[in-house]
Design a protein around this ligand. Structure first.
Ligand code: CA
Length: 227
């Protein structure tokens, strides 16, 4: 999962980035409102963590504008204020959840997991498509018809997660590079090809009928075969 953290207090931001990376999240960080809004609108994030009081533009305004521009990424607001009005303002501006500072790391991580599940429409921590099942906690891929399973690397997992979220659509190399690696460039396009081949091998290993089809010169599509 790729997170965007918008927080202007440097020490707080550094501590959070460290904790989140230890939890295997990929984290990008912005320290002011305008760059935060721009990053949020790139639509490459799975969850956005937004501080309220920020230079340039506050968190409420970022959430409001992102929602107006069609960004549906789950937003967790971090607020130093605990008043009911602030919570209501946060939720009304488009945030999905809020956390009052100071907070416990444990609670932050639990809320991120909940938002991640909501994003994937997964209640039990799994994602499925065709005959494959992904365990979002252990990053295990299994084939439901034969019970075979294999561990995925983090990138392989994110590729399948992204493809399941966009089933039935062709995803371009550019979209995949941007989503999985964070920006697109020739180097990232090579990564996409390499990791697509790794991911296909994992699908073949569990003998899944679901497969990654290449759309010539365009990109890739997840197909569930004849299940
Ligand atoms: Ca702040």
């Amino acid at each position: 999962m790729r997170l965007l953290l918008v927080e202007d207090e440097k020490r707080m931001a550094q501590a959070l980035c460290e904790i989140l990376r230890l939890e295997k999240y990929e984290v990008d960080y912005c320290s002011d409102g305008l760059s935060g809004l721009e990053a949020a609108e790139s639509d490459i994030y799975d969850i956005i963590i937004l501080d309220v009081m920020l230079p340039g533009m506050n968190g409420y305004e970022i959430a409001r504008r992102a929602r107006q521009n069609g960004i549906r990424t789950p937003i967790l607001m971090l607020t130093a204020k605990a008043g009911l009005d602030d919570k209501v303002t946060g939720l009304d501006s488009g945030a999905d959840d809020y956390l009052t500072k100071p907070f416990m790391t444990k609670e932050l991580l639990a809320r991120l997991r909940a938002l991640g599940r909501r994003k994937n429409n997964s209640i039990d921590g799994t994602l499925s498509y065709g005959d494959i099942l992904l365990d979002t906690g252990t990053l295990t891929l299994s084939c439901v018809t034969n019970g075979q399973s294999v561990r995925l690397s983090e990138k392989e997992y994110r590729i399948l997660e992204y493809m399941i979220a966009n089933k039935g659509q062709i995803l371009t190399r550019e979209q995949l590079a941007l989503k999985i690696w964070g920006f697109d460039s020739e180097a990232e396009y090579n990564n996409v090809e390499v990791y697509m081949s790794f991911t296909r091998k994992k699908l073949a290993f569990v003998e899944a009928k679901t497969e990654i089809k290449a759309a010539r010169g365009i990109g890739y599509e997840l197909r569930c075969g004849d299940v």
